[in-house]
Design a protein around this ligand. Structure first.
Ligand code: HEM
Length: 142
């Protein structure tokens, strides 16, 4: 009986520890990226709805804030890069985020002009840039 109680306690503590670790595990960059992802998902769902045009533009403004913050942060993988290559690595990271920001500008312009084809083009481009950015800079499981 006593052993069972102790085992239950040990398991409870182990799980509580794991949950707390997972919540605090995100880097500041991962948090900004997750915020951006959430707004982008919301945007994709409603972008075709003319009644939500202002709201969609507001979502882009929120996304741009996360993007600005992301540009000021370094990918976690930077610490694995040899010192001599670090500056070039971070320049490349920032350049790819600047390209992403340009695509968000294109998306914004397309929404403003009610150009559904251009909205789709910009969304497709965002997906490609995300994939490339993660391949180049995010940890392997991403
Ligand atoms: C629409 C475009 C993008 C979206 C929606 C997006 C979304 C995300 C999400 C949700 C995560 C967190 C994953 C997790 O921890 O579970 C993440 C991580 C990450 N993303 Fe993005 N991402 C985008 C574009 C980019 C681009 C273009 C780059 C690089 C130039 C990039 C670099 C990273 C890095 C480095 C991480 C890992 C965090 C770290 O190293 O601390 N992402 N992204």
């Amino acid at each position: 009986m006593k052993i069972k109680t102790l085992l239950t306690l040990a398991l409870t503590l182990a799980f509580a520890g794991t949950a707390a670790f997972a919540a605090e595990d995100d880097t500041p960059l991962a948090k900004e990226m997750k915020t951006m992802n959430k707004s982008l998902r919301a945007l994709k769902k409603q972008v075709a709805d003319p009644a939500k045009k202002d709201d969609s533009l507001a979502l882009i403004a929120t996304i741009k804030k996360s993007l600005d913050a992301s540009t000021k942060l370094d990918p976690a993988k930077t610490k694995e890069v040899p010192a001599a290559e670090k500056a070039a690595y971070l320049d490349k990271y920032k350049a790819q985020l600047a390209d992403l920001a340009k695509t968000y500008d294109e998306l914004e312009a397309a929404i403003k002009a009610d150009k559904a084809d251009d909205v789709k083009k910009a969304l497709d481009k965002l997906s490609e840039e995300k994939e490339k950015g993660h391949k180049d800079f995010a940890p392997d499981e991403k």
